[in-house]
Ligand binder design. Structure first.
Ligand SMILES: C[S@@+](CC[C@H](N)C(=O)[O-])C[C@H]1O[C@@H](n2cnc3c(N)ncnc32)[C@H](O)[C@@H]1O
Length: 200
């Protein structure tokens, strides 16, 4: 997997598989390289249902955003580990039901950042910021995020298929707690996580 440099920023290495690009390949996307496709095929050999899991995860995220925007009255979203653009991105789903919905995307992968910036160019009420889930205080203090997120108003915090990349040593539960502590009461957490439950 893509490694981190001296600081927390992920370096661009097309020759080393990245989670975002493997996931893109599993979803049928085109923003991936031979190393990602090889890794994905190895994953599919070991876990043939990985593609179904990826597609079902996306469907879950779309349903969750629809619920928050259409039924729970949520008008602002923070999507950490957003991934490469695909069908039914968070702002597209949310703005169907609440055109004024604001969405801040967060990722640490330079390929994701480049593609998402291109997708979001000129799209009102959206932003993509380069931040690292293991630095929750920096995410909450980000100036671009503060332009769209009102910390006095409930928000939807989305952590779709990202927590399984966080090692126990990095205190995944503590990271989530610190993020939620920064949000207003009435906020929602949407979380999906890889599991081996179907293959005991
Ligand atoms: C499998 S994709 C999930 C995409 C989307 N959330 C979904 O559920 O469809 C995981 C994303 O998390 C990002 N990611 C992984 N570790 C991260 C970290 N520590 N900080 C920020 N983003 C991270 C990857 O770059 C990738 O875009």
């Amino acid at each position: 997997m893509v490694g981190t440099g001296g600081d927390w920023r992920v370096t661009f290495r097309p020759d080393i598989p990245s989670p975002a690009r493997i996931y893109d390949y599993l979803l049928g996307g085109k923003d991936n390289y031979p190393a990602d496709r090889e890794a994905a095929e190895e994953i599919l050999t070991a876990a043939p249902d990985a593609r179904t899991s990826a597609l079902e995860n996306r469907a879950f995220m779309r349903r969750a955003v629809r619920y928050l925007a259409a039924e729970a009255g949520i008008r602002q979203f923070i999507d950490i580990g957003t991934g490469l653009p695909t069908q039914g991105n968070v702002h597209e789903m949310a703005q169907i039901y609440a055109p004024e919905a604001r969405v801040v995307y967060v990722d640490n992968d330079p390929v994701v950042l480049a593609h998402d910036r291109s997708m979001l160019h000129g799209v009102a009420n959206t932003a993509i910021i380069e931040q690292e889930l293991r630095r929750p205080a920096r995410i909450l203090a980000d100036g671009e995020l503060a332009k769209l997120i009102d910390f006095e108003e409930p928000a939807g915090l989305l952590l779709g298929a990202i927590m399984h990349f966080i090692a126990d040593a990095d205190d995944p539960a503590g990271l989530i707690t610190r993020l939620l502590d920064g949000l207003a009461p009435g906020s929602y957490l949407v979380l999906s996580h890889g599991t081996a439950d179907s293959r005991p």
